[in-house]
Design a binder for this molecule. Sequence first.
Ligand code: AMP
Length: 505
Amino acid sequence: MYDDNHLATRLRAASLGETDRLFAIAGFGHPLSYEALFAAAERMAAALADAGVKPGDRVAVQVEKSLETIELYIGTVLAGGVFLPLNTAYTAAELDYFISDAEPAVVVCDPAREAEITPLAKGAKVLTLDARGHGTLRDAADAAEPGFAAVPRGAEDLAAILYTSGTTGRSKGAMLTHRALASNSETLRDTWRFTADDVLIHALPIFHTHGLFVATNVTLFAGASMIFLPKFDAEAIVAALPKATALMGVPTFYTRLLEHPGLTREAVANMRLFISGSAPLLADTHERWRARTGHAILERYGMTETNMNTSNPYEGERRAGTVGFPLPGVELKITDPESGETLPQGEIGLIEVRGPNVFSGYWRMPEKTKEELRDTGFFITGDLGVIDADGYVSIVGRSKDLIISGGFNVYPKEIEALIDDLPGVVESAVIGLPHPDFGEGVAAVVVAEKGAALDEAAVLAALAPQLARYKQPKRVFFVDELPRNTMGKVQKKALRDEFAETFAA
Ligand code: AMP
């Protein structure tokens, strides 16, 4: 089936011939069988082809999460197009940049935004799809002939472009081939032992690699089922647990679920696997989860440009605070940021990765691609990490979050870990702020437990005996919560902006 289309063949292989198998068992909307999913995807492909999508054309999509969006993703692949999902939070000005940069043949948006987006489309055809799966795209798909013949696409052809979040500078479009997506999905399915018997709780957004490729592709590659939820909702997840076998989430899913009284050993009796990624999972969360449910959360590490790179083991110790080992087929090394030389085990440096999972460059940015993707095929991730004596990889932070104070390197994570261990602390973020003498001065932003008797002096006094002077924060600020994006990542840039004047001369 779909023989000459590399990714489509593999998306379909596990469910082919399984006429009763459900892709979505419940959630919002209706249950959806694999037969119905692919029949609808074929009609989506026909609608896209009718709208002018030719092999290699981009299909830009900014819509709410729905099963029809998954049909659109598969339909784009079948039509030989390049799926380009966009965060639903993007404003018209941001969309203008993405559409100008990507030059899609078709833009799919929510009907409520059609009038605003049409003038930005620049010749692209605008079609609509709402949260319930209705709109002009759906109408065109319903009217299309069934049984679209997949457009041939090889392993090296592009299947998707995902824009990075672009916290510094312009957002870059990571080009992902059929091979990059398919190989990683196969590896993850096998590493995490996904089979047709699995039922995954899917509560992630699907404009990001985690919800779209990790969660959805692994389900499809295993011919498994999912409980497809519109967004994170602790109540809905707790209700789904008895019918499910696996959950993929960002760390905030786990901290919020721990606040829910319904999270009990009985509730998770049917579950075999809890996976976390996209941001660091606190060791404390890992331990509390294990105490409460009996399960060790499996933490993994990846990014838009590379799909997934490392994972804690399915069997064997899942070590809290680490992201485990490189996945089969993925090479990972720690290098000196200045010289690019590989560093000895135990030293902190830049994480570089190579493998079939790695993207093929940034869309129309050859210079940026050259800076980050070496001729040898290694991608310089921009994450700082270290490998312990047993081979477990730990992420120390983003290299751009590294603080250089008075010429010394300060790794925020080292200080955050100490602060997080203090009684009364929920979590913390350590940042570098412009400082007239030191270049950057270390500052800590702390979230305290309600009613905790904790102040700046107490935090500083607790850290003083544990840290070299240059690593000690010069100021500690208290906030109600840390700013996070939808994927649960702490937005350190927002904190740096907020406290920028702290050490002003
Ligand atoms: P994105 O491209 O939005 O998926 O973001 C990728 C970045 O998220 C990586 O480069 C890491 O900085 C971070 N990240 C992903 N997974 C983890 C993890 N398990 N622990 C710490 N950071 C992570």
